[in-house]
Design a protein around this ligand. Structure first.
Ligand code: EPZ
Length: 421
């Protein structure tokens, strides 16, 4: 297993360009199942999770081809409507094939994704709302068996603005009879991006980015038409990670390739702590800040503070002046970075879903272990600040969602290297 050796304290300088967003790319790749023609995507990030969903799509019969920065997918023939446990268990977002398969083929057999390190992650909101659209859903031997001659447009109200459920239902609605309205829909920028991709194919929908999304269903023989390759939005979570890297190391860093509006809650929180930014059209410049002060935050669905930046923010709070509190409201077990950060000298105590952080002036390098994707990023950030060389193990978690992280940080001047294991 590969590991990273990171020597701190690092100083960074220069510009980093984030890749296209993992959490926009995955639903768009799943949406390829809707179309019986070739579709083209641009700048798809080279991530393990993207590789996994492509393997899953290929196992169903989708063909894919890469030419330069264009990835072409063709789902004109999908003989296998089963999403196998062996693949789904490695990446829960595989459940996003359920909506498109059911919409276009009238049936699907998708392994229940099961939990993961950060929580149980049920899919009840996906399933109960597909049933409201007329689907027959059974659970048998760990698989979701879904069938329906043709889904019916319906008025749906989600019990929680689930990102994945919103995406599955948007895709299911494409071939449903009539109009589907999703109330209490997730508002994340990745939802907006899926909507813009579907619209670019000719799907009629509106309201993305608000809590009410409307999708007009079409007949299965509808002729879609893609004018040009679609490029997913820049990765706001990756951007937040590099912005915090700049603040951890009191460096001036320009983070390009994402729209600042997609990260407003994080930027405003950092400004409250004393950080200063120059907002650009497609990025920000973060300036060195002598001393940042602790704050109290809680994670929430967009436009609230994103749970995917909670671990990285905690690493920064560990070296701020004074106390901070983070309450994790989205996932039930998303503090696994805490014991590892404590090994580096961080002062954190947990009380239920709240973490109390006491700022400390310095951290010390240590051997640490990655437990999940964003926790891994937090360990890298702390290691950039810590005195000495940290040995960060099990970085396969990191490779799921960060493209060329060590190369991008090396280019900024960080002392970081990957040791292949
Ligand atoms: C997406 O996961 C992201 N993944 C996650 O990013 C992100 O943390 C999450 O949204 C929240 O923003 C992708 O987009 C691939 P949810 P998803 O459905 O869709 C509960 C990362 O680090 N829930 O909004 O699974 C669920 O248990 C990953 O890139 C139900 O109870 O998130 C959780 O507590 C991690 N029933 C909460 O809602 C359901 O049917 C949020 O889940 C669905 C969800």
């Amino acid at each position: 297993m590969d590991k990273l050796l990171v020597t701190g304290p690092s100083h960074l300088k220069g510009q980093v360009v984030v890749s296209c967003a993992k959490n926009a790319t995955l639903p768009i790749l799943a949406a390829s199942l809707l179309f019986d023609q070739e579709i083209h995507l641009k700048d798809v990030p080279k991530l393990n999770d993207v590789h996994t969903i492509l393997k899953l799509l290929q196992s169903m019969g989708v063909t894919s081809q890469e030419k330069g920065d264009i990835l072409s997918l063709n789902a004109s023939s999908v003989p296998n409507l089963v999403a196998d446990y062996a693949l789904v268990k490695t990446m829960r977002a595989s459940v996003l094939v359920l909506g498109p398969l059911l919409a276009r083929f009238g049936k699907a057999k998708v392994s229940l994704p099961g939990g993961c390190a950060i929580g149980a992650r049920p899919v009840d909101i996906h399933l109960t709302n597909l049933e409201k659209m007329g689907a027959k859903i059974e659970i048998d031997k760990g698989y979701i068996l879904a069938s329906c001659e043709r889904l019916k447009g319906a008025s749906l109200t989600l019990s929680f603005p689930s990102v994945g459920a919103t995406e599955n239902l948007m895709m299911a609605a494409v071939f449903a009879e009539g109009l589907t309205v999703i109330e209490n829909a997730a508002r994340e920028p990745e939802i907006t991006d899926l909507a813009q991709f579907l619209r670019s194919m000719g799907v009629e929908l509106k309201g993305e980015g608000t809590s009410r999304i409307e999708i007009q269903g079409v007949e299965r023989n509808f002729r879609f038409h893609q004018k040009s390759p679609y490029r997913p939005i820049g990765d706001r979570i990756e951007a937040a990670t590099y912005i915090i890297a700049g603040l951890m190391t009191q460096s001036e860093v320009e983070v390009q390739g994402f729209a600042p509006w997609t990260l407003e809650a994080v930027l405003e929180t950092l400004e409250k702590m004393g950080a200063r930014f120059k907002r650009l059209e497609n990025g920000v410049i973060v300036f060195p800040a002598a001393k940042l002060k602790g704050v109290v935050i809680e994670t929430a669905p967009f436009p609230g503070f994103p749970t995917d930046v909670q671990a990285q923010m905690m690493a920064l709070m560990c070296i701020c002046d004074g106390q901070s509190i983070i309450t994790e409201q989205i996932f039930e077990n998303r503090f696994m970075h805490v014991p590892e950060l404590i090994r580096m000298g961080c002062k954190i105590t947990l009380k239920g879903n709240a973490a109390l952080i006491e700022g400390t002036p310095s951290l010390s390098a240590a051997p640490v272990m990655c437990t999940d994707l964003r926790a891994s990023a937090a360990l890298v950030l702390a290691a950039l600040k810590a005195e000495g060389t940290s040995d960060i193990q099990r970085i396969y978690h990191l490779d799921r969602g960060y493209e060329n992280l060590e190369l991008k940080l090396q280019k900024l001047g960080a002392k970081i290297e990957r040791v292949r294991g």
